[in-house]
Design a protein around this ligand. Structure first.
Ligand SMILES: Nc1ncnc2c1ncn2[C@@H]1O[C@H](COP(=O)(O)OP(=O)(O)O)[C@@H](O)[C@H]1O
Ligand SMILES: [Mg+2]
Length: 319
């Protein structure tokens, strides 16, 4: 079996605002892609394009409006809670801010022992320590520097490595990493995302790497999908998409790497920017209003995918 995740025509519509001024946005619009075993798949795009919503659907935190998510051939979207919980071990996540994943008053090693006990992975303390050592080693942290410490005793970069080690405790097949380095010091980012490659090679891990940063994406990804206002607008092998982009949006994104919006948290109240709202509401291509190569048809119709040089592009220029 090659395919780990098969996402088919996934759609998520959010309805926001008060009852008198309801706005509907299709945060994920007919998204289809596969994520293979031992593959690093990057979802890239500026803030507010639907990346986190896809991650939340995969993790079971949001229900899709329509479409399917097959995981190892099982449809996650129609699964009952109990059945789904079997996959909790298998799909792990790492988030933007490592400090919010740990209680500041609790020693970090506690979380590790707890996970190993709850999932019945280790039977004795010694067995647990061996597993923890192995996972820490994989992210470049020694057990000695890790044990008996509180979150504040680590730097952001170290704590993010530790979150990754923690996610490995259950031997997952899939790691979902949503902007994992956007709060980490720029000089350390590459060394952390490079871990994904090492973990792919060492444990056969697949990674859904979510980022707005094309530089790190280029160095670690096997495949890249560029997202814009709910649509995957271009996807294919990383070097093709990023070195020789086809879609005018990908070209623009490559020139000006936008910063992630730190205000957009997983749980924050949603307030759409005017531009965002306007673009989501567009009839045709959502990028038409900003596209340097826009044509008449782009404002009326949403293009299909066209295959160019092994890459799928949602743009009328390639009709
Ligand atoms: N729970 C929600 N309720 C209403 N709108 C939401 C919700 N979550 C996300 N959105 C909206 O969906 C769009 C995509 O959001 P998100 O998936 O967080 O994008 P990204 O991760 O690419 O920044 C945004 O316009 C956001 O405001
Ligand atoms: Mg996000």
């Amino acid at each position: 079996m090659e395919k780990l995740v098969e996402i088919r025509n996934l759609k998520k519509i959010f309805s926001i605002g008060s009852i008198f001024s309801r706005v509907k946005i299709t945060a994920v619009d007919d998204v289809t892609f596969d994520l293979n075993f031992s593959q690093i798949f990057t979802l890239a795009g500026e803030s507010g394009c639907g990346k986190t919503t896809i991650a939340k659907i995969l993790l079971g935190f949001e229900e899709p409006t329509s479409g399917k998510v097959l995981y190892k051939g099982n449809d996650l979207t129609t699964m009952k809670h109990k059945e789904r919980s079997k996959f909790m071990k298998d799909i792990q996540a790492v988030f933007q801010n490592p400090f919010s994943s740990f209680n500041p008053l609790r020693k970090v090693d506690n979380y590790f022992f707890e996970t190993l006990r709850n999932f019945e992975i280790a039977k004795t303390q010694n067995e647990a320590i061996e597993i923890i050592k192995e996972k820490l080693l994989a992210v470049g942290i020694s057990f000695e520097e890790f044990r008996e410490k509180y979150p504040s005793e680590f730097s952001g970069g170290q704590l993010q490595r530790i979150s990754i080690a923690r996610s490995l405790l259950t031997n997952p097949s899939l790691l979902i990493a949503d902007e994992p380095v956007s709060m980490v010091d720029a000089s350390l980012r590459m060394s952390i995302v490079n871990l994904f490659k090492e973990l792919r090679d060492k444990f056969g891990l697949s990674v859904l790497y979510i980022t707005h940063d094309l530089t790190t994406a280029y160095y670690v990804s096997d495949k890249v999908a560029i997202m814009f206002r709910g649509n995957l607008i271009e996807f294919g092998p990383a070097e093709k998409v990023l070195l020789n982009p086809k879609h005018p949006y990908t070209k623009l994104l490559r020139e000006s790497v936008p910063e992630a919006d730190p205000k957009r948290k997983w749980t924050s109240r949603i307030k759409l920017s005017e531009l965002e709202q306007e673009e989501y509401a567009k009839l045709g291509c959502k990028f038409a209003g900003r596209c340097p190569e826009v044509m008449d048809i782009c404002r009326k119709n949403l293009p299909d995918y066209y295959e160019v040089d092994g890459v799928k592009v949602k743009c009328f220029l390639y009709r």
